[in-house]
Ligand binder design. Structure first.
Ligand SMILES: CC(C)=CCC/C(C)=C/CC/C(C)=C/CC/C(C)=C/[C@@H]1[C@@H](COP(=O)(O)OP(=O)(O)O)[C@]1(C)CC/C=C(\C)CC/C=C(\C)CCC=C(C)C
Ligand SMILES: [Mn+2]
Length: 389
């Protein structure tokens, strides 16, 4: 990510030097903290709004869901766009360069997320490369605060990254990888808000290391992961035969991002604590008789086990919510989503198998279980749309 760093820190740097933005090897391990949120459905969100005149995070996030869903519906009303891969020259776009940019996104994706990359190979070529472009932008954004150069990143640098995002949405990409995303967002009904919100999540990471309650944590999870669901569904597409409302599918996509992030947080409690970060709701820790000191001490006690059981239960509820939406996606897009859902959810089982020691033991899904999940995911992907909505 040296190239990205150079640009965000020193925006007048030489653009051509920034074309190979992501190193091909030596993935820096991201150390995100834990978060936990009180799960609620749209229904409970409405009732909590009545009880509390201040808007909850869930309600604020739902506005973004509605906006993204409206954009999708608007485009559905228009005639089908030309999404084909192009080779000719139209006087404005160098299609060879654009194809090369997408190929580069594919390489990055293959290197950082192999299973996911394999899953995308089942998608149509246009969808596949568009998802790669989104993946690469998310990965670069995350690397700004979690990569090897994170200590150089300031809020002003993130402002510049956001300006660059505005530019690419307006058709002025800064480099090749941005050019791929710029092309993608011009072809699919992708709203800019989730992208901006992901940058906001990175800002939050720079200034905040504690979360008072689940509402605060929920917002963080939306910023850094729920946004991914909202960005990718416009590209993956909803099955033409789906009877589900567009909003319900986007809600499920949001839930998968939240579930993944909550799981990520629960897996990395010890790692995050060593960086002085606790992504767990403070009020819930207190309710279980726990404090920051208990996290830093890292002893697995009955209090900790009970707390963790509660957190795991909530994360699973988000996964359950997400499951309802996967079958509504275009058939060719379902497999990578099922695979990622099944694999990530098993991390929760692994935490249980480790007797809730997420302080010094990393929960992981072994190769055998991982590979066994792939045909299961494929089988589920073959099943038709659900009747749940
Ligand atoms: C099919 C699929 C998974 C598509 C998503 C592709 C995509 C654009 C991914 C971007 C992921 C990314 C780089 C996000 C940046 C922030 C980040 C790193 C978030 C964490 C991911 C876990 O990554 P990892 O395990 O590598 O973490 P470490 O860096 O090692 O700590 C997150 C926990 C969240 C990522 C969120 C998702 C994958 C949400 C996926 C949701 C959908 C694809 C919507 C599916 C649709 C329905 C209807 C359910
Ligand atoms: Mn993590």
């Amino acid at each position: 990510m040296a190239g990205v760093l150079l640009w965000v820190v020193c925006p007048k740097g030489n653009a051509t030097a920034l074309l190979s933005l992501i190193p091909r090897s030596g993935k820096h391990k991201r150390c995100r903290v834990h978060q936990k949120v009180k799960f609620s459905t749209g229904v409970s969100a409405i009732s909590s709004a009545v009880a509390n005149p201040a808007r909850s995070s869930e309600e604020k996030v739902y506005d973004v869901v509605l906006k993204q869903a409206a954009l999708v519906k608007e485009q559905r009303g228009k005639k089908t766009l030309d999404l084909g891969t192009r080779t000719e020259t139209d006087g404005f776009t160098d299609w060879d360069l654009l194809n090369e940019a997408y190929d580069r996104c594919g390489e990055v994706c293959a290197e950082y997320a192999k299973t996911f990359y394999l899953g995308t190979l089942l998608m149509t070529p246009e969808r596949r490369r568009a998802v790669w472009a989104i993946y690469v932008w998310c990965r670069r954004t995350d690397e700004l605060v979690d990569g090897p150069n994170a200590s150089h990143i300031t809020p002003r640098a993130l402002d510049r990254w956001e300006k660059r995002l505005d530019d690419l949405f307006e058709g002025r990409p800064y480099d090749m990888l941005d050019a791929a995303l710029s092309d993608t967002v011009s072809k699919y009904p992708v709203d800019i808000q989730p992208f901006k919100d992901m940058i906001e999540g990175m800002r939050l990471d720079l200034r905040k290391s504690r979360y008072m309650n689940f509402d605060e944590l929920y917002l963080y999870c939306y910023y850094v992961a729920g946004t991914v669901g909202l960005m990718s569904v416009p590209v993956m597409g909803i099955a033409p035969e789906s009877k589900a409302s567009v909003e319900s599918v986007y809600n499920a996509a949001l839930a998968l991002g939240i579930a993944n992030q909550l799981t990520n947080i629960l897996r990395d409690v010890g790692e995050d604590a060593r960086r002085g970060r606790i992504y767990l709701p403070q009020d819930e820790l207190a309710r279980f008789g726990l404090s920051d000191d208990d996290i830093f001490r890292g002893q697995v006690t009955d209090k900790w086990r009970n707390f963790m059981k509660d957190q795991i239960k909530r994360a699973r509820m988000f996964f359950d919510e997400a499951e309802k939406g996967v079958s509504e996606l275009n058939a060719a897009s379902r497999w990578p989503v099922w695979a990622s859902l099944l694999l990530y959810r098993q991390i929760l089982d692994a935490i249980e198998e480790n007797d809730y020691n997420n302080f010094s033991k990393r929960a992981y899904v072994g190769k055998v279980k991982k590979f066994a999940s792939l045909p299961v995911a494929y089988g589920r992907a073959l099943m038709g749309t659900s009747k749940l909505f």
